[in-house]
Design a protein around this ligand. Structure first.
Ligand SMILES: [Zn+2]
Length: 400
């Protein structure tokens, strides 16, 4: 049954009576709209109901005044195979995160695979296998329909440009965190980042102290020299560089500033503030860095949103953009924005029952996690009231 639900196209879906529509775009975070029309998984109209063609839908979702946002994109995850993580030996963690509003996960390397190959042929084979397996996983009905963009090789000494060309030709689009393999020097990393970029492969670098025994320190000098597309967990994973060093990265690089849940929370807050002050909020993107030594957090992305809104004093609708539209743009993804032509990946939210906040955005500003009432991926409902968030005050209903 699960397989059929994914292979099946959504047909025409009308989402109506939206109380608050968060666009994912931090320049225009709130849309003047109460209706979205979807056809076969793609947004075809966004606006006021009277202005949209809502005729003959296969499905109607009545939001009953709840909010809708683009599905959350976790910029930094460590999947291995299927919906299993050997790090904490847990099953079903990806599906659990879907109940926390996550509709896309990006791999920063399948590093937790026991016996992970370190020889170059093995590194390439694993990346290609992981890319294929996670791409096919959704059709197999595993992982709650979450789009897991994986197959992110951890680069090792001795790789040459042809290796990156081979990976790109095989469909690999990401590098795992630079620094987790044997390439740790800035000049060596810079050469491989440039090769990767030339072949359309995006790169991320580990930033800060070692995460677990066996990984190492990557300081601001190496990060700047390597010039990867994403400054991975700029707030450490967990051990952060000094705030002064992080400021240097904010000021001397123009690359994405990735803030993660499994990092230093103080530096997370300070980095977000610093990016606002430097007028470069578009560079801020969010992730969890899970699974990790500190576990798997199905609500990690929502917790990051509540943390940064409440403690860094950034409006919640902007922080949602850090977790959606900013990632779409920094990583050239189609999903992450509510806009005609984009995939219909949504999270439906409301303030949690008994929150002290007056409404959803106020509740997040006060540090509360919102309640998820529904998650939709490619126009298909993947869950209704979340089993993991605090209960939403109001939830959407499938009216037809
Ligand atoms: Zn890392």
């Amino acid at each position: 049954m699960a397989t059929a639900a994914i292979v099946e196209k959504s047909g025409k879906v009308v989402i109506r009576r939206v109380g608050l529509m968060l666009s994912g775009d931090i320049d225009h975070p709130i849309l003047d709209a109460d209706t979205i029309v979807v056809n076969d998984g793609v947004i075809t109209a966004v606006g006021r109901e009277k202005d949209c063609d809502t005729s003959e839908p296969r499905r109607i979702i009545d939001c009953q005044g709840t909010a809708i946002a683009p599905g959350l994109i976790d910029s930094h995850t460590h999947p291995v195979f299927g919906d299993w993580t050997p790090r904490q030996n847990q099953l079903g963690w990806i599906e659990s995160c879907m109940h926390g509003g996550v509709t896309t996960m990006i791999s920063a390397g399948e590093v937790h695979l026991p016996g992970r190959p370190k020889d170059i042929v093995g590194v390439k084979a694993l990346a290609i296998t992981a890319q294929r397996a996670f791409d096919g996983m959704r059709a197999a009905g595993v992982g709650g329909g979450v789009k897991v963009l994986a197959g992110a090789p951890v680069i090792e000494k001795g790789m040459v440009e042809q290796d990156f060309a081979d990976l790109a030709a095989a469909g690999v689009r990401l590098l795992g965190e630079i620094g987790l393999g044997s390439v740790k020097a800035g000049d060596e990393a810079a050469q491989m980042v440039a090769w990767a970029r030339r072949h359309g492969i995006q790169s991320t670098i580990h930033t800060g102290g070692p995460s677990i025994p066996g990984s190492g320190l990557i300081d601001e000098h190496v990060v700047l020299e390597a010039d990867a597309d994403v400054i991975g967990h700029v707030n450490g994973g967990h051990t952060s560089l000094s705030y002064k060093s992080v400021c240097t990265l904010c000021e001397k690089s123009s690359r994405a500033l990735e803030i993660v849940h499994n990092g230093n929370e103080r530096i997370a807050i300070l980095t977000a503030r610093h990016a606002i002050e430097l007028k470069c909020p578009h560079r801020v993107i969010l992730g969890t860095d899970a699974p990790a030594g500190s576990g798997v957090q199905p609500l990690g992305m929502l917790r990051m949103i509540a943390l940064l809104s409440s403690m860094a004093d950034i409006p919640a609708e902007i922080v949602f953009g850090f977790a959606t539209g900013n990632i779409a743009r920094m990583r050239s993804l189609p999903q992450g924005l509510i806009e005609v032509g984009r995939p219909a990946d949504f999270v439906f939210i409301d303030k949690a029952q008994h929150s002290a906040g007056t409404d959803l955005l106020d509740s997040i500003r006060l540090g509360d996690i919102p309640g998820v009432g529904m998650v939709m991926i490619d126009g298909i409902v993947r869950c209704q009231r979340s089993r993991n968030t605090p209960p939403a005050a109001e939830v959407p209903v499938i009216a037809h």
